[in-house]
Write a new protein. Sequence first.
Length: 546
Amino acid sequence: MLDLARLADAIRYEGGVSRRLFLAYSSALASLPLLATRTEAADRTKFDTDPFSLGVASGDPDATSVVLWTRLAPKPLQGDGGMKPEAVRVAWELAEDEAFTKGVTKGEAIASPVLGHSVHVEAKGLKPDRWYFYRFRAGEATSPIGRTRTLPPAESLPEKLTFAFASCQHYEQGYYTAYGQMLKDTPDLVFHLGDYIYEYPHDPKSKAKRVRQHTGPKDRKIKTLNEYRERHALYRADAYLNKMHAACPWFVTWDDHEFDNNYANDIQEEQPNGAPRTPPAEFLLQRAAAYQAYYEFMPLRKRSLPHGADMMLYRKARFGRLAEFFVLDTRQYRTPQPNNDGLKPLNAEALKNTNTLLGRRQKGWLQAGLLQSTGTWNVLAQQVMMLMAAFPIKGKDDTDDEPKYAMDQWPGYAFERMELLRWLAERKIANPVVLTGDIHTNWANDLRIDDRQTDSPVVASEFVCTSISSGGNSSWINAEAQKVLPAKNPGVRFLNGERGYVRCVVTPKTWQSDYVVCEDVLQPNGKIATRASFVIEAGQPGLKKA
């Protein structure tokens, strides 16, 4: 078997990385599907403890198929999951009922050590718009039962879709109580918009309150494949998150912390005290490890299997003619943040026409998909805030009150952003809605081609979900911010700093988003409330308070 760890060690030399050897490493990772299918597998592996400790999940459904996921890990917090370096046969079955008396389909999959003994079954030939139950078996062990569904047929117009979207779940900074409420909501789908894990070490000297503790290295961020695997396993073992994955199919995309904070393609963020950035080739080596671990732990189709440091994550889903979802990747293809990141004026550097979050190919794919869409609602599920939010902050070196904009978000790529909004308006794309995470605060925004032109028409609306737990109970959104920011940004209709998620109910005539919050994430079961609700009427751009 190919020893990827030894190959990675061979690539490093004198603090740098050989480009030729990096390409060899990428080719080695590209062969993973072949290695996984050609390995001889054990039929009756015996386990001393439960190999399904990380539960089950499903994702990426369409009208006739869905991905079923699990990972064999009797010792989940070990990089290898406590598994021997051998492939294992895993049986799976799918039925119409939880008792499995009405079987629909079944089969076998190979859990290979090359992919961390993860299993990604693409169950096909299913009926559209149906709920199903599924489970796995390995040796004498049986997994928990998961519930999943297919999407409605493309030509149908469903009466209603209920889904939730969430992001940013720092394990140390709060409990995942919000997922407990989401479970009670019984959504059809969940969209996770990034920062599923955080790469930071546990810092016992930190002044921030910690309710739980990261495992792994204590003196640096995680970097290796096994370290990323261990961090994903730590998060997935959370009971609320585990149960929510088993309750319905998820669509997932990453932001930055699944790999490294505020990275841009192959460029590491600016380092403190002027320390040098990791060279791009070595940084890509680390990215390959992070992307592989992400694939191993997520219910993704084989088309998303990483090839070296590259992974195809942008994709679309059609909920009949009710809604078309475009799941985007705004990290892998972006150019570096202008003005060295941070909050900066919207200057010529930020307005350059070469700045891109999407990259040429993804942008072309998105526009082609929107032109072909038959959806009543066209939804961009993505990571960073699209509103060109002006922050009236005066820094120590500023001589005036010129507003600042977040360079890591869409304002740092303002030309591409305004071009996209103008294109949506000119092509009359039906009812565009943007779903966003990242910023650890709730926003409800009306979007214009240029948000500085406040008398111009609204083109789309944006719902920004806060974090599940990141930031704990603290927030920079205070009473003053809730007054000043909407006054400086008329597109802001709602602003809130609590933790939680957004629940959406979509019909052919209306879209309603409810901002569900957990009032105290530092306690295991904080009080849940719906803080605000907003409605969009089909064919009438702009938010209305429900």
